[in-house]
Design a protein around this ligand. Structure first.
Ligand code: SF4
Length: 368
């Protein structure tokens, strides 16, 4: 068996870029392979970010080969294969074919630690590979381990072992309280999340060390590591931290996050795009489609060309209908209303507090 590989996927979004910077700055001892899987349909800003990041890292970001046919770009290759059938949230063939399969081919059967940039202020696991030789680790979160590891570690049948792992640690005066929590069975009155949060609140480092001991008894890739520097990580990073990392490193925030002012019926507002991914991604909100139409008309026209034989990007509405002047006006008006409702929260200069509803959707490989 070869060495454990450490990999980090760069989607072209802010969180994975910030994670790459964070890992280089904080864990230079880890030999991380950075990779990206290009659909061929990203905005120019995304490709620029990847180039800036490559300069900062001083390392190649490996472009995973998606298809062998050089004459078509990867997305178009598969649209052709599916006879024009466009992907959607219920049939997301694009993520599978353009992101997950190339990634799984890249790692093969090697044991891999995959670093994923889900932030501490997000409540989701992301759409990640479920192959057993790939273990996901989330350095920005309080709980750096994946859901499956957490469930196995905290299961009631493992209580005796958890006590043993914690017994090896110097817990000081917190020991009694920690042991009380460990001994409490998960039940309808005490959920796994409560148990997890209670233990993390009493010591992130201690929790990580105990889980790491547990992993040594499993087949997870981390069982093959004698030590793992992230077990000492106690930082929890949220959205503002991500923007700070990007700006302070000089890599910069992708231009599509920057708000652009528009005016409708005497009211002024700003719009932007909330994430990376294909410019025609079906996950984008209507206001983002309007943004694409007004800010990148040629890309919008390309997106329209895919809509034929009854296939559309948005359910029940074609892009041709969406750009009718009265429809654009309606979308902008509705967006302004939504923005005003959320005004108390909307302090971010990047509009993400307003567009955040959509941010948690989709896959880790496209948007993080
Ligand atoms: S960005 Fe959207 S359209 Fe592109 S591969 Fe990901 S889910 Fe599919």
């Amino acid at each position: 068996m070869g060495r454990i590989r450490h990999v980090l996927g760069i989607s072209g979004g802010k969180d994975s870029a910030a994670l790459a910077i964070y890992m280089k700055q904080n864990y230079p001892e880890l030999d991380i392979e950075y990779y990206t899987s290009d659909t061929g349909k990203e905005l120019r800003d995304t490709y620029d970010l990847i180039e800036h990041l490559e300069n900062f890292l001083g390392k190649e970001i490996i472009r995973l080969p998606v298809i062998s046919d050089e004459t078509l770009n990867p997305f178009d290759h598969f649209v052709k294969m599916y006879n024009g059938f466009l992907p959607g949230s219920m049939s997301r063939w694009c993520t599978k074919k353009l992101k997950l399969e190339p990634f799984e081919k890249f790692v093969g059967d090697d044991l891999v630690i995959s670093y994923v940039g889900i932030r501490g202020d997000e409540d989701r696991e992301g759409y990640i590979s479920k192959k057993s030789n790939i273990q996901s680790v989330f350095p920005f979160r309080k709980n750096i381990f994946s859901e499956d590891v957490t469930s196995k570690f905290l299961s009631n049948s493992n209580i005796g072992n958890i006590l043993k792992y914690y017994e090896l640690l110097d817990l000081g005066e917190k020991k009694e309280r920690i042991f009380e929590i460990i001994n409490e069975q998960i039940s309808v009155n005490f959920s796994q999340t409560q148990k997890l949060n209670n233990l993390l609140d009493l010591g992130i480092k201690e929790y990580n060390h105990a889980v790491f001991q547990f992993l040594q008894t499993t087949d997870y890739p981390l069982s093959k590591e004698v030590d793992f520097p992230l077990v000492n990580n106690e930082e929890v990073l949220v959205r503002d931290d991500i923007f700070n990392i990007l700006e302070e490193s000089g890599v910069g925030v992708p231009a599509y996050y920057k708000p652009i002012e528009f005016e409708i019926n005497g009211k002024k507002a700003t719009y932007a795009r909330s994430r990376s991914g294909c410019f025609f991604c079906f996950y984008q909100q209507k206001i983002e489609w309007v943004w694409l139409y007004e800010q990148h008309p040629s890309l919008f026209a390309q997106a329209m060309e895919y809509e034929k034989d009854g296939y559309t990007w948005i359910q029940d509405e074609s892009l041709a209908d969406l750009i009718k002047p009265e429809r654009i006006e309606g979308i902008k008006e509705e967006y302004i209303k939504r923005t005003e409702r959320k005004k108390s929260k909307a302090q971010s200069p990047y509009l993400l507090d307003i567009l955040e509803d959509a941010e948690g959707e989709g896959c880790a490989s496209c948007f993080i």
